[in-house]
Design a protein around this ligand. Structure first.
Ligand code: GTP
Ligand code: MG
Length: 153
């Protein structure tokens, strides 16, 4: 059975780019997601959701159903996107959801320390990566594999 991974975070943080990178696609150049796109990574189905409320809202209930691992994606160059993860996206997750905070776009700037602190607060794993260059992405895939056994079954 394939397992479910849900990508969440504000529009433009790089969810689709990351999903395509994880899926091994050569063409990373994304359009803004209008709803949800699906990508297959090994045995996992990634749900790449729009970061825009108007597209996300109608899908929310369906997207967050069943057991899944959540990747909460932040744009390293935009502190507001870290705030959104903490105050908005993480709050949508059912109690006990296995999750990681992913600081993306580290090719553009050094990751601030706050990311790690927020991850700790949320009881989330912490990663830094660049979906663009691929740096740090393998670690996330490895973690996904190891964490799939940890959820509620
Ligand atoms: N420099 C850099 N740019 C990136 C990186 N990841 C994504 N981008 C760029 O950021 C922009 C937004 O990326 P998307 O992947 O479409 O963002 P998204 O989170 O899927 O956005 P929505 O679909 O609107 O929710 C694009 O121009 C990407 O090329 C990265 O790691 N580094
Ligand atoms: Mg997208």
């Amino acid at each position: 059975m394939r397992r479910k991974v849900v990508l969440m975070g504000d529009s433009g943080v790089g969810k689709t780019t990351l999903a395509r990178r994880m899926a091994g696609l050569k063409d990373l150049s994304p359009d803004m997601t209008r709803g949800v796109e699906f990508y297959l990574v090994e045995d996992y189905l990634l749900w790449d959701l729009s970061g825009q409320e108007k597209f996300f809202k109608p899908l929310e209930e369906l997207a967050l159903k069943g057991n899944f691992v959540a990747l909460l994606v932040v744009d390293n160059t935009r502190p507001s996107t870290l705030y959104s993860v903490k105050e908005k996206w993480a709050k949508k997750l059912p109690e006990g959801t296995v999750k990681a905070l992913v600081m993306n776009k580290i090719d553009l700037a050094r990751a601030p320390e706050e990311g790690r602190a927020v991850a700790k607060e949320l009881n989330a794993q912490y990663f830094e990566c660049s979906a663009k260059t691929g740096e740090g992405v393998e670690e996330i895939v490895r973690w996904l594999k190891s964490s799939m056994g940890e959820d509620q079954g």
